[in-house]
Ligand binder design. Sequence first.
Ligand code: ADP
Ligand code: MG
Length: 504
Amino acid sequence: MLDLTYPAPKPKVIAGAKHDWELVIGLEVHAQVATKAKLFSGASTRFGAEPNANVAFVDAGMPGMLPVINEGCVAQAVRTGLGLKAEIHLTSAFDRKNYFYPDLPQGYQISQLYHPIVGEGEVLVEMGDGTARTVRIERIHLEQDAGKSIHDMDPHMSFVDLNRTGVALMEIVSRPDIRGPEEAAAYVAKLRLIMLYLGTCDGNMQNGNLRADVNVSVCRPGAYERYQETGDFSHLGTRCEIKNMNSLRFIQAAIEYEARRQIAILEDGGSVVQETRLYDPDKGETRSMRSKEEAHDYRYFPDPDLLPLEIEQAWVDDIAAHLPELPDAKKARFLGDYGLSDYDASVLTADLDAAHYFEAVVAEAGDGKLAANWVINELFGRLKKEDHAIADSPVSPAQLGGIIRLIRAGDISGKIAKDLFEIVYTEGGDPAEIVEARGLKQVTDTGAIEAAVDEIIAANPAQVEKARANPKLAGWFVGQVMKATGGKANPAVVNQLVSAKLGL
Ligand code: ADP
Ligand code: MG
């Protein structure tokens, strides 16, 4: 199992303020469920379709149309809940959240306010510096997405695209356990990764398939601990909610800005007004959208068209039995089975393609550490140069594994291996055959190496004197021999012969 005895990160303290302040952050993440059809209709969810091509009568709010729940969406929510080690509620219910919007033809959004399908869970959030924190999940509920109003295509008209209307979203609500901007970004990244592993959300933030409402408050040191002990929110500061963030970078910038804004108000003797704010990435500021007093009264009530949702424990157990290996478990296995460093294991599990590629290389090469080294340092570096994804790698796991096998067998030196990698990357081919055909095999024949050593010693009497006085300088001879043999001499043999010949 994963070692959870990390030091907890320190809460972020804002510099430049008169007093010490700490940040408290809670996130409501909206994740579009990866399914073919919408939550209550058979219309397609395909992105990039013609406007209003994916609209069933029920999505368009036609009178008398009845919603029919999509079992696939329910399964995905359950799967996500299980992936977040959460409690699954066998009975949940749908409510209508009433409001008017031109892109909401029903006049309400179907959501789960009172009885969500998923209850309390948790996410382990690891920071780059080796610290980690468990962020508690309060709930996950299923709800419909709204459509899209387009205001910038015509000077006189707005357009409405209902393709998104009724698409299933999972709203994942965290407890206010996040203590800094970097941690907030790491939390969203980890949620995204878990859902990518589970196949329950495609995680595409640019398309808006994963977006977050970010709740931020500040408090004096000690207040958060009092909240944790008592569960009493009144120990915390008043929060503002920054709506609809779909970039990890902007989430961090918005939190930084918002914290400074609130601290400035409080240090001036004012008080923070609970409100919904919007982040403006061009200005790097948040601005008020609506205050709590103006907040909508959504007049939630149970949707009379939908019976309470009852699922069976056996069905949940079946989904649980077929969950894939998740990021924390995979990382723990990479640490344990292959002896990787924490950093390497994190890098390789932060992307499912990378993890699969790596394990395919290990299967060929038989050495986890070497494989990790080659995948992370050589392959990733090379792919990055050309902006290639791992899936498009010109070097297959079998080819990279073949190169590593040649190194392990002592057939090629590390330097030649890099040249060989470049050849395979650009020209393709079987590594062992290339080594044979181009005479890249490492020379372990002492006779040939000895001749090269003798020649270099004879040609450089001054260097010989220096090296005898200072044995550290013997490295120069090793370098010369390697050069003379085109990098093919076995470095261990060269070292040994140089030392012997110089009488060191
Ligand atoms: P609402 O539905 O009105 O937005 P919720 O109680 O569902 O209110 O809370 C929304 C989010 O706000 C949750 O993620 C929660 O953790 C977070 N939150 C609650 N209080 C605070 C606070 N004082 N500071 C920061 N975040 C908070
Ligand atoms: Mg909210």
